[in-house]
Design a protein around this ligand. Structure first.
Ligand SMILES: [Zn+2]
Length: 462
């Protein structure tokens, strides 16, 4: 068995910044490191090329009667800039107190190695363990996983026979309160461009004969929400599922205060859909946001111009059971109906849409078609986390969108158990990123128990 903390240090020493071609050697080094580590603990390793950074697929095979878990992770990291804000250099891992500092320590090298170390220890103790395990480790997560969907397509025949995906690339609020993320919002994005006259006009010569496109744009944007914080588009909420009482109860146990949150945001008051707390709104409700708006003269001083064009960038976060295409069509229709007829406009799709994800844990609302292995995985995780961390996990939906989880569901039909191992103070994507080594030790113990329990249960009905 290797020393997990020494292994993590070695992993971090390879500067695997996927977005910057200058780090090609670091990408190569990190990939070789994790591939050879998996080889050493008995996995059959394949390095699958993609147009950019290869994916590592490492398998422990076995008969179909054994449960099959895919463990996802990524070996790439965010750039370390600004370098001068690091207490010790980003790619020279350093232990201070119970934390290991270095770029990628928490996102995602530490949590990924937690599972690798758990598997290594388990297989050392139980060489005949009846469990199939596939590690699927990509190198483009920090750049939006551009090659991942095509990789999934290419390997779908093999991968979709697995039972579920286990990963730790989400967060938890405190060391003693692990969160299992059981939902993510979807996303759809578009631009709206409004045109008035053919070209910019002199406001003295032509002012008073036409509607300014900035005005038309602002008028339409102002109709898209009502006074209570609801999106004012007919049909927008039609498919949104009722929130289960257990979800509200879990969230209440999260223990955040609204006053603290309001202060953190620096706003005088919340503007939240009636009947939902701010914490509920970010998880259970869809949104329509203006991400950028522009038009006309933006420079120093003044310029008496009637601009020809104005634009706004819009995004909608979506929840279960909303379809990105359908929502976009509803918003387009509302904009089209409300746009003044004395201007012209274009709607420009920016993204083909990320669907929402829900992975109902083993609770009252567990769907009948959930795989028995997944249901057992949730139960095993609940028990293992409770025993190791001292409290059972909370099951929460998150407000963000993780396209790979949606892709895994869409292309392989597999659900993901997202066990959050990084904490708010881990400084992800920021200087002085670190990973809490107690979380690593406990995470290993929990992962080991989960996998061992799964193996004991076989593949049939619980
Ligand atoms: Zn990550």
């Amino acid at each position: 068995m290797f020393d997990p903390i020494e292994a993590l240090k070695e992993f971090i020493r390879h500067p695997s910044v996927s977005a910057d071609p200058a780090f090609k050697a670091g990408m190569h080094g990190a990939r070789d490191f994790i591939a050879s580590l998996l080889g050493r603990i008995g996995f059959e390793v394949e390095v699958v090329p993609t147009p950019l950074h290869p994916v590592i697929l490492a398998e422990r095979k076995g008969p179909d009667s054994w449960p099959h878990v895919i463990i996802y992770g990524h070996y790439d990291v965010q750039p370390a800039d600004p370098l001068h804000l690091w207490t010790t250099p980003a790619f020279e891992p350093t232990v201070r107190g119970d934390r290991l500092y270095g770029r990628g320590a928490a996102d995602n090298k530490g949590p990924l190695l937690t599972h690798v170390a758990a598997v290594a220890r388990l297989l050392e103790r139980r060489p005949d363990l009846p469990l199939r395990i596939t590690f699927m480790i990509e190198g483009e997560e920090e750049m939006g996983s551009p090659s991942f969907p095509a990789f999934l397509d290419a390997k779908a025949e093999r991968l979709k026979k697995a039972d579920f995906v286990l990963l730790s690339d989400t967060g938890s609020p405190r060391e003693d309160q692990i969160v299992i993320t059981c939902g993510l919002r979807g996303l759809t994005l578009f631009d709206l461009e409004v045109t008035g006259a053919r070209t910019d006009l002199h406001s003295g010569l032509h002012g008073g004969v036409l509607r300014n496109p900035i005005q038309a744009l602002a008028e339409v944007c102002a109709t898209l929400h009502d006074a209570d914080g609801r999106v004012n588009v007919p049909g927008f909420y039609d498919d949104v599922l009722e929130v289960h009482p257990w979800e509200r109860e879990q969230l209440a146990r999260f223990g955040q205060s609204e006053a603290e949150y309001r202060e953190f945001l620096g706003i005088p008051a919340f503007y939240t859909h009636k009947g939902y707390t701010p914490f509920e709104a970010t998880r259970f409700l869809p949104t329509l946001e203006f991400n950028g708006i522009g038009g006309g003269y933006q420079g120093e001083g003044s310029k008496t111009v009637i601009p020809s064009k104005a634009f706004v960038k819009v995004s909608c976060r979506l929840v279960a059971n909303q379809d990105p295409e359908k929502i976009r069509a509803l918003v387009y229709r509302a904009i089209t109906e409300r746009m003044p007829k004395d201007v012209t406009f274009r709607l420009i799709e920016q993204h083909n849409g990320t669907p929402y994800v829900v992975v109902p844990p083993d609770r009252a609302n567990t769907p009948a078609d959930q795989s028995p292995v997944l249901a057992r995985a949730f139960r095993a995780a609940d028990a293992a986390i409770g025993e190791v961390f001292g409290k059972p996990p909370l099951y929460l939906r998150e407000g963000g969108s993780v396209p790979i989880i949606a892709d895994i569901k869409r292309k392989l039909g597999l659900d993901s158990v997202m066990m959050g191992l990084f904490l708010p103070e881990d400084n992800l994507h920021a200087p002085d990123e670190s990973f809490n080594l107690n979380v690593m030790r406990k995470g290993m113990a929990a992962s080991e128990r989960i996998l061992e329990t799964l193996a004991a249960g076989g593949r049939g009905k619980a």
